[in-house]
Ligand binder design. Structure first.
Ligand SMILES: Nc1ncnc2c1ncn2[C@@H]1O[C@H](COP(=O)(O)OP(=O)(O)OP(=O)(O)O)[C@@H](O)[C@H]1O
Ligand SMILES: [Mg+2]
Length: 308
């Protein structure tokens, strides 16, 4: 199928010699292109979106990457594992106290199929919401049997097969407590969003050593497969310095696409939408689609190499 070739999402109307409106329309057409299908991974991918630093773009990245994949043919599930319920809000999924949610799922009271709701954004995009009931769970989990593996048990192959999902994103809270440990045990891959700001790399060492501990003791298959640079502000030298440092340190794992700081991205959750639905012609939407395509292409490349 003839889809316009990927372009640098940070290109400007100036280089293209277009008006901003034409450029925006072109982006919207690419974001919403109905025939553009992303490649399916050979086997289902479960990615935990983690960084104990708050406000770095975990939730924004989880929901917008998921929307990018779902809009282009891949069935995608977002697990909201944060009592703040931000992913549920962004996907406009019911999350009042008492709604079947990730909390009941961790307790083993409801199944994944019963807790997963279809979002309005796309029939391919599902979400297990988080209600405020999850707030006490870090403490409640402590005394439970197999307290680190409750999410893994709920996300069994059988349950995920029933939903028929290709991708799962687990949106973690900003801590390294038991909820995040559950997410690290349930996934094979970690996606770390890093904000292009001065303190961005602070605390990363602690996150990586926790991931290593989980690898050693609880989940041998776990690896940091993806790093996404977010909230890039092209006007500052600092953003470039952080980008270069992260690329030097982490190499290939870092996605080529960088998410720019954009007002549209921050406005979208207020309307219960991802930025792809809220303003498909915005740079934020385009860059999340570009990032989703990179994620999908990596999944498909693993397919060719027989890895998964
Ligand atoms: N690319 C962006 N441009 C502008 N604002 C952004 C962008 N990405 C995220 N934001 C805003 O920054 C804030 C933090 O983002 P987000 O909630 O995704 O981070 P988080 O890591 O999930 O936070 P928490 O640690 O609280 O869960 C939100 O208000 C969000 O709308
Ligand atoms: Mg969040």
């Amino acid at each position: 199928m003839n889809f316009p070739s990927p372009q640098d999402s940070l290109s400007t109307s100036h280089d293209l010699g277009w008006t901003p409106i034409a450029e925006e329309a072109e982006r919207a057409a690419r974001v919403l292109h109905p025939d553009y299908q992303l490649p399916r991974p050979r086997r289902r991918r479960v990615l935990t979106v983690a960084n104990q630093k708050g406000g770095v773009g975990k939730t924004t990245s989880a929901v917008n990457l998921a929307a990018g994949l779902a809009l282009h043919g891949l069935k995608t599930l977002v697990i909201d594992l944060d009592p703040q319920g931000n992913a549920s809000t962004a996907l406009n999924v019911e999350h009042r106290s008492g709604t079947p949610s990730v909390y009941e799922m961790l307790l083993g009271e409801v199944s994944l199929v019963d807790a997963a709701a279809v979002s309005e954004q796309s029939p391919n995009l599902l979400c297990v919401p988080a209600t405020i009931d999850l707030a006490g769970s870090e403490i409640e989990l402590v005394s439970m049997q197999s307290r680190e593996a409750r999410l893994k048990e709920a996300l069994s192959d059988h349950a995920l097969d029933q939903l028929g999902v290709d991708y799962v994103f687990v949106d973690c809270p900003p801590s390294l407590g038991l909820l995040t440990v559950n997410a690290l045990v349930a996934a094979r891959e970690v996606l770390i969003p890093i904000q292009c700001e001065y303190y961005a790399l602070e605390g990363l060492g602690q996150l990586l050593s926790n991931i290593e501990l989980v690898q050693q003791h609880l989940n041998r298959e776990l690896s940091v497969s993806t790093i996404l640079l977010t909230m890039y502000d092209g006007r500052t030298k600092l953003a470039d310095q952080v980008t270069q440092e992260v690329r030097r340190h982490f190499g290939e794992v870092v996605l080529k696409t960088v998410i720019p700081r954009s007002v549209k991205v921050s406005e979208a959750p207020g309307y219960g939408q991802t930025v792809l639905a809220y303003d498909p012609g915005s740079r934020g939407a385009m860059s999340y689609l570009d990032a989703a395509r990179e994620v999908a292409e990596r999944g498909a490349a693993e397919n060719q190499e027989g890895r998964g």
